[in-house]
Design a protein around this ligand. Structure first.
Ligand SMILES: [Zn+2]
Length: 225
C-alpha cells in the first residue's frame, strides 16, 4: 500500500515536470516566432533547472513498471525515463531512519596491478554528523613505499577508518588499530609491545582494560580517556 502511494506520487510529480519541460521547449526553445535572444537564454536556463529536478525525482523512482526500449536500443524506465545501467551522480538518503550507501565490496582479483589507481575498487569518504568514515578497497598492487628503489607488493585489502575527535580507528582483515589523537612526537621514538613484555610499573601508564571470559579468552578492550 505504501509503495503504491509512493509510486503514484512520483508518477504524478514526474508527469507535471515533463509537462513543464515540454511547455518551455515548445513555446520558447523550438518556436519559430520571434522570441528575444535574452528570453531564450532565460528559458534555456529554466529548462536546465527542470532537468536537475528530473534527476532528483528519478532518484526516488524504483522503476516499478519496468523498462521500455528506446530508439537507440537502450532501456528506459517507463516512469522516470532513466536509462538502465547509467551511473547516478547523486545519492538520495531518507532524513529519518536507516541510511544505506553502497554495498559491501571486497578485493575482486588475484592479479597484482601496476599501481594503486588501477587496483582501486573503492575509496570513498563520508562525514556523518561530525564523524569521518573512509572505506578503501583495493586489489594487490606494486608500490615504491618509503622512497625505496625496490618495488614491493601491497596486498589486496579492505580497510575502514573512522575518525572522531582526532582519534583514528582503523580496521582491515588482519588488525584493528587505534591512534590516540595528535600526540607531540617531535624527536620522540615510538615503541610497541605485547603487555607481557612490559614492566608492571610501565603498564600503569596505559589506561586500558581488557575484557575476557573465564578461560581468559580475549573479548575486547576499553581505553579510558
Ligand atoms: Zn524509474
Amino acid at each position: 500500500m505504501r509503495i503504491d502511494k509512493e509510486k503514484n506520487r512520483i508518477k504524478q510529480e514526474l508527469k507535471r515536470l515533463f509537462k513543464s519541460m515540454d511547455f518551455i521547449c515548445d513555446n520558447y526553445l523550438t518556436t519559430k516566432e520571434d522570441v528575444p535572444e535574452k528570453d531564450i537564454e532565460a528559458f534555456a536556463d529554466i529548462y536546465q533547472q527542470l532537468g536537475v529536478a528530473w534527476e532528483f525525482l528519478g532518484l526516488q523512482c524504483r522503476h516499478w513498471d519496468g523498462y521500455r526500449r528506446t530508439r537507440d536500443k537502450k532501456e528506459a524506465c517507463k516512469i522516470c525515463g532513466k536509462i538502465r545501467g547509467t551511473d547516478e551522480m547523486h545519492i538520495l538518503l531518507p532524513k529519518n531512519g536507516h541510511k544505506k550507501v553502497g554495498r559491501k565490496q571486497r578485493p575482486s582479483s588475484k592479479k597484482t596491478f601496476r599501481n594503486k589507481k588501477e587496483a582501486t575498487i573503492l575509496d570513498d569518504t563520508i562525514n556523518f554528523h561530525g564523524a569521518r568514515l573512509n572505506v578503501d578497497v583495493h586489489n594487490s598492487y606494486k608500490s615504491k613505499l618509503f622512497g625505496s628503489k625496490h618495488e614491493i607488493n601491497i596486498a589486496a585489502e579492505r580497510t575502514v577508518k573512522l575518525t572522531e575527535r582526532g582519534i583514528e580507528c582503523y580496521l582491515d582483515e588482519h588488525l584493528i588499530y587505534i591512534k590516540m589523537g595528535k600526540i607531540d612526537k617531535k624527536g620522540k621514538k615510538e615503541y610497541g609491545g605485547f603487555p607481557w613484555e612490559l614492566r608492571k610499573k610501565d603498564l600503569k601508564n596505559f589506561p586500558v582494560i581488557f575484557d575476557f571470559d573465564e578461560n581468559h579468552r580475549f573479548l575486547g578492550l576499553t581505553i579510558l580517556k
